[in-house]
Design a protein around this ligand. Structure first.
Ligand code: SF4
Ligand code: SF4
Length: 489
């Protein structure tokens, strides 16, 4: 315990904002704003009385402790354990690649999908059985199985096999069990819809905007309009399963980056209540087509901010519509809860929050690892369900290395960044971009995007406009606790 009447600064990061304001954020992401004079006062204070009116706000948010240092540390530790509960739970999201075949040939396809007629790219019943057994050996109390591809519905019997086997195993394991089919919605059958309804399955899909934008890069291999079939099948699944059975994400390219407001209107017109504004990722066909699809990260941030301004306006006028990335960050900033979004965790969520099972039984810590393997580099192969147990796959040296090297708290520059408690590491992406899993984060695309978005959100939080805060809380409360945007297609 500290000596009576002394003051201890608890660990925090800070950033000078415009004017003379300084943002303080502690290890658990609690934040406060003070001015430069108060900041100097804080640094120079030796006793609680030196802080005047700053004392209670700073103590209440765990920026300082006095005689109760041990208790303050214990409270911080409890909050940290809550925020990091996903680590204790271990892998909850299991992405299963049912086939690499696809009826589309999207210009930015990260999965390097193959022609629907190609042979040898489907998951077999033998692999599927093993995948489910490995998934159910995960200690996580919740299991979400996401069917991915290619287009997973092209190998529908394997989806049914996995769902039935998972439900059978779960009679004993009693986990929270969820199924999501990530589909381009080019295909629909009555019996599939019936199965989804009976097993409470949902669809996650992609929509790039109005017809001319959607058909531009989400090209159907038979040269028909992918948009027309998408619209028809979306209506069919909503009618046959339930109106909220499909969520969608947008892939932002150079062609639609200046039209986000119009695209949001289009989503609204189609009955969606949210959108996930996703930038291009450096995998698969997106690498090959980067020259005509890509844009600088700063341009993405500008477009993203403008889209959020528009969404806030819409919500303030009474139309509920949220953006899932902002929703997730706000959940992290404004609540004490653990959030399971794999892309933004420290240590990285790769493997410990989510894992990918390729059609041939190979297991990767992240979808990007699988995509990289498709491009010829198996750096992130953790094992294969056909010959290895859960313990061998997830307890191996690769995952240990990823965990060890992906703690944002220890990465150069990130260690001092005020946004560190809300940010995460993406070692596979760094490896692709820079050749090593630690990467060089400050100045990278990843950092520019996250920092730009967090600067914007904190600007709003600091302004503290009552109506904007109501919008943010409505996003968190009505939709936020879902908190893991699906990977989509
Ligand atoms: S992005 Fe999805 S829908 Fe498009 S080609 Fe790739 S796997 Fe198929
Ligand atoms: S990546 Fe950028 S925003 Fe994230 S913690 Fe590191 S320096 Fe901060």
């Amino acid at each position: 315990m500290s000596a009576a009447g002394t003051l201890t600064l608890l660990p925090f990061h800070f950033k000078k904002l415009g004017g003379d304001r300084v943002l303080l954020v502690n290890l658990n992401g609690e934040f406060t704003l003070i001015d430069e004079g108060q900041f100097s006062q804080l640094l120079e204070a030796r006793r609680p009385g030196d802080l005047g009116s700053l004392y209670f706000p700073l103590k209440g948010r765990h920026f300082i402790a006095d005689d109760d240092l041990d208790l303050a540390i214990e409270l911080m530790a409890v909050k940290m354990r809550s925020k990091r509960a996903y680590m204790r739970d271990f892998t909850a999201l299991h992405m299963v690649v049912i086939t690499a075949r696809c009826s589309c040939m999207c210009d930015y396809c990260q999965a390097s999908s193959t022609d629907p007629a190609s042979k040898g790219f489907d998951m077999t019943p033998e692999v599927a059985e093993k995948v489910v057994e490995v998934i159910f050996d995960s200690p996580s109390p919740g299991v979400k199985i996401e069917f991915q591809g290619g287009e997973p519905t092209l190998n529908w019997p394997i989806i049914e096999l996995i769902v039935k086997k998972a439900e059978k195993l779960n009679r004993k394991k009693k986990k929270y069990l969820d199924f999501v089919v990530c589909s381009n919605l080019l295909h629909a059958e009555e019996k599939w819809a019936k199965f989804c309804r009976e097993h409470r399955m949902a669809f996650s899909t992609s929509l790039d905007g109005p017809k001319e934008l959607h058909d531009l890069h989400r090209r159907s291999r038979d040269n028909g309009s992918s948009y027309d079939r998408f619209v028809r099948n979306l209506a069919f699944y909503r009618r046959s399963i339930n109106p909220q059975s499909c969520s969608a994400l947008l892939t932002i390219t150079r062609d639609n980056i200046t039209r986000l407001r119009e695209i949001i209107d289009h989503y609204l017109g189609m009955g969606f209540r949210s959108i996930f504004l996703r930038g291009l990722n450096p995998y698969g066909f997106a690498v090959k087509n980067r020259d005509h699809l890509g844009y600088p990260a700063r341009e993405f941030v500008e477009a993203y901010r403008d889209a959020l301004e528009y969404l806030i306006e819409l919500n303030m006028k009474g139309t509920y519509f949220s953006e899932l990335y902002a929703e997730f960050l706000l959940l992290r900033i404004l609540t004490p809860f653990s959030t399971g979004f794999v892309d933004l965790q420290s240590p990285a969520g790769a493997g410990i929050s989510g894992a990918v099972y390729d059609y041939n039984g190979e297991v990767y810590p992240a979808d990007e690892g699988r995509m990289l393997a498709r491009m010829g580099d198996k750096r992130f192969l953790m094992g294969n369900v056909l010959h290895q147990s859960h313990g061998e796959i997830f307890g191996g040296p690769l995952l240990r290395e990823l965990v060890r090297e992906s703690c944002v708290e220890m990465l150069p520059m990130c260690a001092q960044c005020v946004y560190q408690p809300y940010c995460g590491a993406d070692p596979v992406r760094y490896y692709v971009e820079r050749g090593d899993i630690r990467g060089r984060r400050p100045g990278s695309e990843f950092c520019t995007k996250n920092m730009g978005i967090l600067d914007y959100l904190f600007g709003k939080l600091i302004e503290n406009d009552e109506r904007v805060m109501e919008v943010f809380w409505s996003w968190i409360q009505r939709e936020g606790f879902r908190c893991v945007p699906d990977e989509g297609k």
